[in-house]
Design a protein around this ligand. Structure first.
Ligand code: HEC
Length: 294
């Protein structure tokens, strides 16, 4: 195998490995970025809703209970969960893509029913009460999501509406019925507030940028190898072949009187010079021999 081919193969393999490593690093970096972004967005959405519910609980609820007659119940102004659901429905229209749910095992409002993943999440929260929140990746209907979830536990004061339905506000029973949402177990986690941020697009973009980088890297390497090939041909291979031809001629006793014409002061120039000196010495040696013989 010629030096040129060997050189090109080694450079080629090293460059492809480097370009693959670069593409992989870029992929990892983009994925991490996508995750960080999703986390931030999830936290913003979640905390916004949580804060509005907290405001309701601290500021509005005490006033509302004072103003509204006993036993009357207007969900829109008397339940923090109705309020966040309403806020979310408006937000969702303006900012599609995210999703938020007050996923519950036994909800008053049927759409709040937890699916299998959410049921498992509630189980985990129940088995470890010290868990303040959970986050991670989840696949739903073929889509990948980052999720952030917090547990919701049943306290004594919740049982006024979520306890025995006989004791619940009549209006509430009228609106929601008595099918579910009652007799919640005190102290247990019954629900999880969960926000989903889709990350499919970001993941696809990460893959695309990594493959583009790899394709561009490989293209660049091919062009570079072309240039190296041409450069090696004109500066190394061609002069060496010429030198080989001349050295063969000398060994055959031909072109002994012809100056080799040393060009350049690089290694090949030096080698040409050395072979030319060899030619001159050979000529002198031959002259001495023939002189002595004559
Ligand atoms: C004044 C009555 C009332 C009280 C007190 C109350 N809730 Fe509710 N809660 C409701 C109503 C009504 C809904 C239905 C929400 C909707 O329509 O989305 C609801 C919904 C929920 C939901 C969403 C799942 C579902 O059932 O639809 C959770 C979780 C929840 N409540 C937890 C609690 C907790 C925890 C407490 C106590 C800290 C509490 N609630 C106190 C009336 C009440």
């Amino acid at each position: 195998m010629s030096i040129r081919v060997r050189f090109i193969i080694v450079i080629g393999i090293l460059s492809i490995v480097a370009s693959m490593a670069l593409a992989y690093a870029s992929y990892q970096f983009s994925v991490k970025n996508a995750m960080d972004n999703a986390k931030k967005q999830g936290a913003v959405v979640f905390n916004m809703l949580d804060s509005s519910r907290l405001f309701f609980k601290r500021e509005q609820w005490p006033l509302v209970t004072e103003l509204v007659e006993d036993d009357r119940f207007y969900p829109q102004i008397m339940s923090g969960f109705v309020m966040t659901r309403g806020v979310w429905q408006i937000f969702e229209k303006r900012f599609p893509g995210y999703s938020f749910k007050q996923a519950s095992l036994d909800p008053l409002y049927p759409s709040n029913k937890a699916d299998l993943d959410e049921q498992k999440m509630i189980e985990v929260f129940n088995s470890d009460k010290s868990l303040k929140n959970r986050e991670g990746l989840m696949e739903k209907e073929g889509q990948q999501y980052y999720y952030f979830a917090k547990p919701v536990s049943v306290e004594e004061k919740c049982l006024r509406c979520h306890g025995d339905h006989e004791e619940a506000p009549k209006d509430q029973v009228e609106i929601y019925g008595t099918e579910s949402g009652y007799n919640w177990p005190k102290g247990q986690v019954i629900s999880t507030s969960i926000v989903y941020v889709p990350i499919d697009k970001a993941m696809a973009a990460a893959k695309k940028s990594a493959t583009t980088l790899f394709a561009m890297g490989t293209g660049g390497i091919l062009v570079l190898m072309g240039f190296i090939w041409i450069f090696l041909s004109s500066t190394v291979v061609k002069p060496l072949k010429e030198l080989e031809r001349k050295a063969t001629q000398i060994s055959l006793g031909q072109e002994l009187g012809k100056d080799m014409g040393v060009e350049g002061n690089d290694e090949i120039g030096a080698l040409t010079n050395a072979i030319d000196r060899l030619r001159i010495s050979t000529v002198k040696l031959l002259e001495r021999c023939t002189g002595r013989m004559g």
